[in-house]
Design a protein around this ligand. Structure first.
Ligand SMILES: [Ca+2]
Length: 325
């Protein structure tokens, strides 16, 4: 769950700059996406992954792989089951944790037990760092968009990874060469404390923001919190044998849930212009406790989103994508 606290005074981090580029998929070329998710406690990750499959069906995106940054025992299996349901059982999945796993999700085990998939346990799955490195190494330069919708442990490990049998490049070199941009659900803007940044691994947030030189757009807690999806309208239109339907059923029986994660997917694939104002007048400084504040000076590679349309407009778009429309 994503909860916030007040913002605190935080120190500046040394951040590099680079020209901002569009992350929108071109008409002819699907956007190549790696999704990094904590598919466990909250259900918006389920909706976000469903959206990417909808975009893939219309040629707007291509899912290269999914990184599961979670200590939930069934998170990777649930992710695999959703990908399989949408006809992509081949999507590589990397896991951040292979032991000391817990069971705390309302939906991951139920979806994993009901829908076919290959990953039976994290112990036998590929690690997140290995999958990140392998996927990036195999892609054209400057082509990959990373979307993080959970905490930043796996991305931080990628950044700090050393050359290996997969690639002679370090993690930072691989990112610099292969990645186009990062869309990040995290933080609260202009200031606050949000779970993806502070729980359970604020040190990774500090590390990622200190070392990330390419364009990054933050979708803060306050944006998705205004957009409630997966409610009665979704229920009335959804196939009942879908794992997306089951996710929202088991989570809270279609009472609806904020769309924190879906906002980053929407921005990454469709671009920001239709729904959001993009704020570029500062940079995101993160404290050791994971709290953040948007402050001077400007870092040209960083921006955050503000909603510029009625929340209902975005709700309808996200619900439609979650339904596969
Ligand atoms: Ca999430």
């Amino acid at each position: 769950m994503k909860k916030l606290l007040l913002g605190l005074s935080v120190g500046l981090l040394s951040l590099g700059c680079s020209p901002k580029t569009s992350t929108t998929a071109s008409k002819s070329q699907p956007l190549s996406v790696i999704l990094d998710t904590d598919m466990d406690s909250d259900v918006d990750d389920v909706g976000a992954l469903a959206m990417l499959h909808a975009y893939e069906k219309t040629g707007k995106a291509r899912i290269l792989g999914v990184i599961v940054t979670s200590d939930d025992k069934y998170s990777a299996a649930c992710t695999d089951a959703i990908n399989t349901y949408f006809g992509r059982p081949d999507i590589p999945i990397g896991v951040s944790q292979t032991d000391s796993l817990k069971e705390f999700s309302r939906y991951t085990r139920k979806i994993a037990e009901e829908f076919p998939h290959k990953i039976k346990s994290n112990e036998t799955a590929e690690t997140s760092t290995s999958v990140y490195r392998r996927l990036l190494a195999g892609q054209p330069d400057g082509s990959v968009v990373i979307i993080t919708i959970g905490h930043l442990t796996s991305l931080s490990r990628l950044i700090d990874s050393a050359p290996d049998h997969i690639s002679p490049l370090s993690g930072q070199e691989l990112i610099s060469r292969k990645v186009k941009s990062w869309s990040c659900m995290g933080g609260q803007f202009p200031s606050g404390k949000e779970a993806n940044f502070y729980r359970p691994d604020p040190a990774s947030t500090v590390n990622c923001l200190a070392k990330w030189k390419l364009p990054v757009i933050f979708a803060g807690w306050e944006v998705g919190n205004q957009v409630v999806t997966g409610g009665a309208d979704f229920k009335s239109r959804s196939k009942h044998d879908s794992p997306i339907y089951k996710g929202y059923l088991h989570y809270n029986d279609f009472k609806g849930r904020a769309s924190w994660d879906q906002i980053s997917v929407l921005e990454a694939v469709e671009g920001a212009d239709q729904y959001f104002t993009v704020v570029r007048d500062g940079h995101c400084a993160v404290a050791a406790d994971g709290s953040n504040v948007w402050q001077a000076p400007v870092q040209a590679n960083q921006a955050y989103l503000k909603l510029k349309v009625e929340p209902a407009v975005v709700r309808q778009r996200i619900d439609a994508l979650m339904l596969g429309d």
